[in-house]
Design a protein around this ligand. Structure first.
Ligand SMILES: O=C(O)c1cc(=O)[nH]c(=O)n1[C@@H]1O[C@H](COP(=O)(O)O)[C@@H](O)[C@H]1O
Length: 275
């Protein structure tokens, strides 16, 4: 199955546009996991099992693993997802960007080592830096377009040939780079107006939309701006708000709290998908 086929099937099967972000911060783990050698794997596994039926994708963020020399636990998590939830796409969030020869190695890392269905990449170095990912014809390449952070405006909003740079990225990917039909774009939920502009440029292309939850993006505005005509088209990511959902001093279990927030988020998104 290609990335897009898997995504379409997960959207429909789980009736969900929610992407659960796996950003495991060991300092925020439940006390029962603290100090265990495979704590990162165990934490992510609990979150995955608690939220899988509410998710259209999982997005592990590589820095949280690499910073702690925990790449083997990331491999184990990706393998667990492939075996237990083969119908849910895994997006490796690595935001890579380098010359072609180096990008070939980054593509192998994402698609061979971790077996990811898709990877996030940075378009700043241009087409030849993205082309090696496109050689993997069944895998997804998700290109940063209008990022969720405030500083994203520093470059992405600059006017060039009469329109902002992020619109050039959207147009380039939609019209030239999407050679296998497996590309997507990253557009932050913190900028719904730009999300609507990108949607108008790229047709039904899937958009990875981080920025709800901990970054405060508005779910209704996001969904109305980014949905396709059939109420699909987005992987709306939430990481910290789901991972660390358990209120301090509450009797609720950590995984139970993550599940509760994932279901609430999925339902909040669904409320505006077709309305
Ligand atoms: O590519 C991304 O996933 C991404 C792009 C972007 O513009 N903004 C953004 O926050 N992200 C990632 O999305 C996740 C957001 O996490 P929360 O703010 O905790 O929901 C993090 O893993 C970020 O690295």
């Amino acid at each position: 199955m290609t990335f897009i086929e898997k995504l379409n099937s997960a959207w429909t099967q789980h009736d969900s546009l929610l992407c659960v972000g796996l950003d495991p911060d060991v300092t925020r783990f439940p006390s029962a996991l603290q100090g265990k050698p495979d704590a990162i794997f165990l934490f992510c596994k609990e979150i995955i099992d608690a939220t899988a039926d509410a998710a259209c994708a999982f997005k592990p963020q590589i820095a949280y693993f690499a910073a702690l020399r925990a790449e083997e636990q990331l491999e184990a998590i990706c393998e667990y997802l492939r075996k237990q939830y083969p119908h849910i796409p895994v997006i490796l969030d690595a935001k890579r960007g380098d010359i072609g020869a180096t990008a070939e190695q980054y593509a192998r890392e994402a698609f061979e080592r971790y077996g990811a269905d898709a990877v996030t990449v940075n378009p700043y170095m241009g087409f030849d830096s993205v082309a090696p990912y496109l050689e993997w014809k069944d895998r997804g390449t998700i290109v940063l377009c209008r990022t969720s952070n405030p500083g994203g405006s520093d470059l992405q909003f600059l006017q060039a040939d009469g329109k902002p740079v992020y619109q050039h990225v959207a147009q380039l990917v939609a019209e030239k780079w999407n050679t296998n039909g497996q590309c997507g774009l990253v557009v932050g939920a913190t900028f719904p107006q730009e999300l609507a502009k990108v949607r108008a440029i790229v047709g039904d292309m899937p958009l990875l939309v981080p920025g709800i939850g901990a970054q405060g993006g508005d779910i209704e505005a996001t969904v109305r701006a980014g949905r396709t005509a059939n109420g699909m088209g987005m992987m709306i990511n939430s990481s910290r708000a789901i991972l660390y959902a358990k209120p301090a001093n509450s009797a609720e279990g950590a995984a139970q709290a993550s599940r509760r927030v994932a279901l609430e988020t999925r339902d909040a998104i669904n409320q505006f998908r077709r309305a």
